[in-house]
Design a protein around this ligand. Structure first.
Ligand SMILES: [Zn+2]
Ligand SMILES: [Zn+2]
Ligand SMILES: [Zn+2]
Length: 219
């Protein structure tokens, strides 16, 4: 995929690399009365998709599961699970487990859809604070959406051809060139490790800073 290393801070707009972003959040945005844990979230295999969020220690993994579905997974309500040890074959961790019960440095994996599975790697990276809020998961930063060149003309792609995605070097097509492809096989380009899988069409515009909903005009 395209090389993307930068992301945007949701709180101040700063554009930074993944590691610099962690330090930025801890240094510049670590103030408040509510104790939190800082989590790094990445595609387990596609690490150019990444997020930072904070969560109070007493929040459970089920809130994180819902957040991950909302921001980059949900297509049709598949099952999901968390696994210990940062690997796919780790022990199943119940979703009622509290975020504060993990050690800083621990890694766990989230699996969505046990057929065409999308795996997300979650690292507990530090302790932080925030102004009190009721939502368990607060998004703090997200990678800049990667851009893909159209296989036919090189313009910015809007679709991925899911029939071509496993055997062609470049399965991406722009609006115009997509017209000559099989419509049933096209899914929109999304800022997510689930792009092109099952019927995934992107998030619901809740996280609009760096993602555009399907159907919108692209700049
Ligand atoms: Zn910031
Ligand atoms: Zn699905
Ligand atoms: Zn094109």
């Amino acid at each position: 995929m395209a090389t993307v290393s930068k992301g945007n801070c949701y709180l101040c707009g700063a554009e930074l690399g993944k590691t610099a972003m962690k330090n930025h959040i801890l240094k510049k945005h670590g103030e408040g009365e509510q104790e939190c844990v800082l989590l790094k979230i990445e595609g387990a295999y596609e690490k150019n998709y990444w997020l930072y969020v904070d969560m109070p220690p007493k929040s459970s993994l089920s809130s994180l599961d819902q957040f991950l579905r909302d921001i980059w997974l949900e297509c049709c309500g598949h099952m999901s699970a968390f696994r210990a040890g940062g690997g796919r074959w780790g022990e199943d961790i119940g979703k009622s487990r509290k975020v504060g019960s993990f050690e800083i440095g621990d890694k766990i994996v989230h699996e969505y859809d046990f057929g065409s599975t999308t795996e997300t790697l979650i690292t507990f990276v530090g302790k932080t604070k925030r102004p009190p809020q009721r939502k368990a998961v607060r998004p703090l930063a997200r990678n800049v959406p990667p851009k893909f060149p159209c296989a036919d003309c090189g313009a910015e792609a809007a679709y991925i051809d899911t029939e071509a995605m496993y055997d062609s070097e470049n399965p991406f097509y722009c609006e115009k060139c997509a017209e000559s492809r099989d419509e049933d096989m096209l899914l929109p380009v999304t800022n997510s490790p689930r792009m092109g899988v099952c019927g995934y069409c992107g998030d619901q515009d809740t996280f609009a800073f760096s993602s555009l909903p399907f159907g919108d005009e692209r700049p």
